[in-house]
Ligand binder design. Sequence first.
Ligand SMILES: Cc1ncc(COP(=O)(O)O)c(C=O)c1O
Length: 409
Amino acid sequence: MKMMKFTEAAPTAGLALSWRDFIPSLFSQKSRISLEEKLASFIGVDEVQIECSGTAALVVALEALKMLCDREYVVISAYTCPWVALAVIKAKLIPVLVDSQSEHFGYCEKSLKSVLNHQTLAVVHTHLAGRVSDVEKTITIAKSVGAYVIEDAAQSLGAKLHHKSLGTFGDIGFYSLGVGKGLTIFSGGVVVSGNEQIRDALRRVSNNLPRHYLLELRRAIELVAYYLLYRPVGMGLAFGRHLRNKLKRGNLIQAVGDDCSFDFPLHKVGAWRKMVGASAADRLPDFIAKTKKIAEKRLAQLTMIPSISVVLDAEGGEGVWPFFIVQMPSESMRDKVLERLWDKGLGVGRLFIHALKDYDYLAPYFENCKIPNAQIFASHTFIITNCIWLSERDFARICDVISEQVAHV
Ligand SMILES: Cc1ncc(COP(=O)(O)O)c(C=O)c1O
């Protein structure tokens, strides 16, 4: 099957920028409404705070909780973004890994209950890939020891549970505005809380962050590059070349961007990037509706394939669809699919390469943790983009390759 071509699917469905976003005041009355106001109304909260990344938003959240409560353990999922663990360590708190389920990234309830005690400051509850996971259960368990719940909705801005935005169920919620997310300012984060005392602490932490003019300039240039390259031909240049280069060298961690570092910036976000984000935010509801429609069709194709499973929303959930997480019956079948598709520019790849304790840079923090389910989940799953310009024909090809692998199960 010949699949090399000049266009490349984006690894996730992100909202493209328009040139109008860079000079919105000429075209729109809405341009006087700030990114903060637009996101607060979109999420359904009184106010939001913009930080320089989702990771920074989590650090700010943890620093705020430290001001309110003298506990030091923070529970995180064994299968999540490595930045989450780095944020906890950066806030000088102790991360505690809790195993996931073997067929879902959500917490294994028994493992979660077994680690909580009256030294647990917070439980970070994660919704990956736009999927709605059972945050209400986590809240009930966390509250039994008086721990706060931080909802990590980094990949799930716009997703809802019982018609209420994810990120608003816990004491604090945060979202990423990083590149590849639904709405991006190249690198950014949003933090929210429904509790006035927590909001006051969040503001105080954020107000103490420095400005970083050089880095802000770099981010502004990167945002312009995102506008220029986030399209079928540009993606090969911006993303595909790097990906194939890393895959050729067998460096999977760099290929997916899991080469995280403790040395990440914490600074204020400049007004210009916020203005661009505010303009693009007007198109977010339509974009979410459009990608949902596409996802429904693609999901129907995927669910026809026997022996695989696709991670879906918890009951009452209405997620967003940046990409699909697919679980194969075995690691070797998963790897065979990737061997055929990962470097083909079709938006097939992996989410996180490992469960958290299996990254070299995190291993020292989690030496005695047993997380077999998260390791199974990491080794059996791969992702397929829900990028809007991936053609029906290409999606059907992806399904064919998966079907061939599971044909003999
Ligand atoms: C689940 C999750 N949490 C936190 C983060 C950190 O967000 P950011 O990359 O904006 O720092 C990410 C990043 O993708 C993520 O996927």
